[in-house]
Write a protein that binds this ligand. Sequence first.
Ligand code: BEZ
Length: 218
Amino acid sequence: MPGLTIGDDLPNLEVETTHGKMKLHDYVGDSYTILFSHPGDFTPVCTTELGIMAAYASKFTERGVRLLGFSCDDVQSHKEWIKDIEAYNGHKVTYPIIADPKRELIKQLNMVDPDETDSTGQKVPSRALHIVGPDKKIKLSFLYPASTGRNMDEVLRVVDSLQKAAKHKVATPVNWKPGDPVVISPSVSNEQANEMFPQGYDTANLPSGKDYLRFTNV
Ligand code: BEZ
């Protein structure tokens, strides 16, 4: 995946946003932050995406997660477009959106969609989405083309997974959703697991006889 990827430091760039100028690290602070780019203002899929992010803002806040949008339109355009988003979706857009009309940040962050241009022939951002941890490192990234809107329920789900894995030495299995059993990380021995998970765990009985597939509830 080009650009930022898991484990990278989020560059501490100064950005202009609908909420004024800020340094990216100041915005992240001690929180998880979702930095998500969209190809352009006043476009259909982007309007639905940013509207759902507005509707879900309280779910992200409950999880201690901040939102930060990003495109190459200017602040005035974002502010005009936000009126459409709010009218269409019925939720206030309370999160800031970065404006990068000179296309400097998009290049630095390598978030360009090579197959999409705007009406002036300039390349536009892809639908990149990075979840940044309180340590300012990228924990998870999605990269979608302009033609495919993201699934923000999946974004919530992966936030829950990341936060659970950060708190306990566990990982979340396929199609996991909050409340489902999790698996104990391979780095945890059975002796450690007995101490760390006093509620117990179930080990799958596999032909290999190996005991690496251990489910528990946390
Ligand atoms: C959209 O948001 O609908 C869109 C934007 C750029 C290219 C294609 C679709």
